[in-house]
Structures are given as structure tokens and as C-alpha cells.
Design a protein around this ligand. Sequence first.
Ligand SMILES: Nc1ncnc2c1ncn2[C@@H]1O[C@H](COP(=O)(O)OP(=O)(O)OP(=O)(O)O)[C@@H](O)[C@H]1O
Ligand SMILES: Nc1ncnc2c1ncn2[C@@H]1O[C@H](COP(=O)(O)OP(=O)(O)OP(=O)(O)O)[C@@H](O)[C@H]1O
Lengths: 228, 228
Amino acid sequence: MSKFVVIGLGVFGRQVALSLAQEGAEVIAVDSDMERVEEIHDYIAYAVRLDSTDPSALRSLGLQDMEAGIVAIGEDFEANLLTAAYLKQLGVKKVITRASNPIHRRILEQIGADEIISPEDEVGRKTAHRLLRPNLVDYIDVAEDYKLIRVETPQDLVGKSLGEIDFRRNYQLNIISINKKQIPEGEDTTEEVTHEAVPTSQTILEPDTILVIVGKEKDINKFTGKYS
Amino acid sequence: MSKFVVIGLGVFGRQVALSLAQEGAEVIAVDSDMERVEEIHDYIAYAVRLDSTDPSALRSLGLQDMEAGIVAIGEDFEANLLTAAYLKQLGVKKVITRASNPIHRRILEQIGADEIISPEDEVGRKTAHRLLRPNLVDYIDVAEDYKLIRVETPQDLVGKSLGEIDFRRNYQLNIISINKKQIPEGEDTTEEVTHEAVPTSQTILEPDTILVIVGKEKDINKFTGKYS
Ligand SMILES: Nc1ncnc2c1ncn2[C@@H]1O[C@H](COP(=O)(O)OP(=O)(O)OP(=O)(O)O)[C@@H](O)[C@H]1O
Ligand SMILES: Nc1ncnc2c1ncn2[C@@H]1O[C@H](COP(=O)(O)OP(=O)(O)OP(=O)(O)O)[C@@H](O)[C@H]1O
């Protein structure tokens, strides 16, 4: 059972917590503001009012086996920083936090944050690009029921050509790119693209590569279910 | 020359303004806070300190021929609402604004906002989905230099089959979906998928459809440049 702790229940944090819980994950939702804790308590069983800059309060939550901790505190940088640092100290394996400028981002990286998100920056950039291309109906987002994922090339398929595997006919999936493997750590990761051109039926799958796949969610789940 | 007015220079608004300006658009950047106006003035020539809830101040900007107005005020709902309403009254053809809850969203729709964005909600949802699939290296985001776009099927290509056009060989592009045309108005738009299966070489392009394309940015630009 995937366990997460989300600290800070502003718009971003609340959405992370609710979306995780909706998908069946176990979530601890934390905020220093009682109203926000009470509001989310209708949806999330384990909702706690505490000040996350208090290390003993954090320790009392019992954060071993957390898959990740999400620090969603926006305004108060010091609270964000301290909380992220304490989560790392308490052994939370993956700490995701938030920063709205490069200085803060750098400091958070230095204290060990595994991933740093700026929702407003990300969407600001995407909004601008969408506005500049009126003939582009959408930029980056796929049609409602189509998903785009990246997944490690399954061992069983290594050595076969795309033509041989015939993803379109056999899996209803479309392979749009094949990359060298590299685990992402936030927005600055680039993956090396193994093949310069769009993959063709002659392309042979190599070990330690990543397939960029588009298809309907149910077909993707079938494929990842079969090979993971 | 594309003209935009961006009101509210918090993290989101500032990023919208800077990204637009970087791509060569003409931007008017507005905020009631002098510091924010001065900070952005290094990058954007036309930066103005004013209170956007003052209709005569807004009118003095001369907002005819704006391609769009972006109201990026986050906290103050009333200021956001008034500003959006005035922009519509002043004839700005497309008004994009921001809302962090469904009630606010509904009210903004009623006064005529053309598009309503919640950066924190959008990224909160995406973050949760990414956390729940550790074998998925990435979800929805494409490799660094690959882009996914949706573009109206060019008239010249209508009636031809994908095999005939051969997007992969001739354009280095990958068509991953073909949808019925419908102009999006914010996050709640769904497009009807014209073809149930992933498109094949037999698929004939029809009029009033939208191609969902993946490819490298330079190849996409070549294609959209040729046909727009
Ligand atoms: N030390 C702390 N311990 C626990 N919760 C905290 C602490 N500091 C701030 N928070 C909570 O974090 C939440 C989000 O923080 P904040 O209000 O700074 O961000 P925001 O920018 O409004 O969030 P969003 O942009 O996601 O709406 C708030 O509900 C706040 O009560
Ligand atoms: N009436 C107004 N006229 C002009 N600017 C305004 C007005 N009200 C607010 N602003 C400006 O809008 C900007 C963003 O607003 P606000 O601080 O509410 O959002 P925020 O949630 O901090 O933004 P972000 O999440 O994008 O960082 C601020 O710089 C603020 O000065």
C-alpha cells in the first residue's frame, strides 16, 4: 500500500492529497491551520493539525515506510525548508517540495530535496506557449482518454524489432520515442534520445532504454500490467 | 504582432509575461505593487503600476487589439473578478483568468471569462499521478526536445491516407490521434475522438479534424510553418 505524507493543504497540497487518496493511496494530510485539517477530514481519514517545523511533532507521525513526503508550503520558505530537511532526517526516502525562485530551489537541492516543483512557473510557461499558437488547439496535453507514459523497456522485448513486436496491432500502443535510461530528479533532467529519428519498424529494442508510449489508459495499463 | 496584457505579476503572471515576451510577443505587464513592476521592467519595456480594479486606469492602457488579457491575480478574488469583467467590457477578445475553487470558477464563467486556469490544481493532480507509478519514468511529459501538439488538419492533406502522406518519412512526425474539431475553453473541454483505434496507414484524413502530433520541436515548426 503506497503511503504518502502531504504537508501544507493550500490549493496545491490539497489537490495532491485528494488525488493520491482517490487512487487508493494511504495519505497523511498535515496543516497548522485547523480549518484546513477539518475541511480535508471529510475525504482523508488521517488528517492532523501540527506545525511541521516542530521535529518532534513530525516524528510522532511515524514516517518510516513513507513512499514520499510532499512539502506543499508555498509562502513561508523557512517553514518549507525546515520541513523538507526534517523529513530527510526522519528517513523519508523521497522528499518533494516547492520553490518559486531559483535561489530557494538551489537551497532546497542542497539540503537534499529529491524533487522541486513550481506549479505557477510550469503552468505560466505552458499558458504563454498556448497563447502564441492559436492554430495549435493544445500543446503538450493529449486527448482526454489518451495518455503518454515513459516506461522501462521490458526485458522480454529486448532484441526484438518494433516491426516484430507490432505495438499498434498487438497492444494498441504507439511508440513515439526511445530514450537511454536515466532516473529523473525534477524538472532539470534531460534524457538522452537513443534514436535520432522517430522509431521505425526496423528499430531494435536495446537493454536499459525507456519507451515513450501513447495509447488509451486501459491499453497502457494492460501493457504495464503484463510486463512489470 | 501578438499583443497581450498581463495583470498581476506573482509567480504565475510574471512567468506568463516573460515567456510571451521571450517569444517576441508585445506585452503590457501590470501590477499594483511598484517593486514587481520595477523588477520586470528589466525584461519588459511596457510595465505599468496601476490598480486594475480602476476602470479608467485600465482604459488608459489602450487595450483594443489585444489578442488576450491574462488576469493572474491569485489571492484577491474580488480584484480578479472586477479586472476580468472590465477587460471584457473594454473589448479584450479573450480573457484568461485564474480561480482556485469551483464557486469562483463558476462566477468567472458567468461574467464572461474565456478560460480559467488553476496552476496549483493542475500540477497537484499531475504530481499525484506521477507519484503513484514509480515504474513510469514520466507521465504526460515528453522527452526534452520532443513536443506533443494538436493542430487542425491542413486543407491540402484532406482526403489523403496517412500511408500516402507518410508523416514519419516526410515530416519526421508521428500522428498519434485524430479528433473531431472543437475549440477548447479551459480544462473542461473534451474532444470527440474520431477514430477509436490508433491511426493506421489506411486512415483517410477528414475535414474539420484535429491531428495530435508528436515530434521534435523543429520538425513541428516546419510542418506548422508550411501549412498555417
Ligand atoms: N509550519 C507549517 N506547518 C504546517 N502547515 C503549514 C506550515 N506553514 C504553512 N503551512 C500550511 O501550508 C499551506 C499552504 O501554504 P501557503 O498558504 O504558504 O501556500 P499557498 O501559496 O497559499 O498555497 P497554494 O498556492 O497551494 O494555494 C497553508 O494551508 C498553511 O497553513
Ligand atoms: N487590483 C490589483 N491591480 C493590480 N495588481 C494586483 C491587484 N491585486 C493584486 N495584484 C497583484 O497580483 C499579483 C499576484 O497576486 P497574488 O499575490 O494574489 O497572487 P499569488 O497567489 O501570490 O500569485 P502566484 O501564485 O502567481 O505567485 C501580485 O503581485 C499583486 O500585487
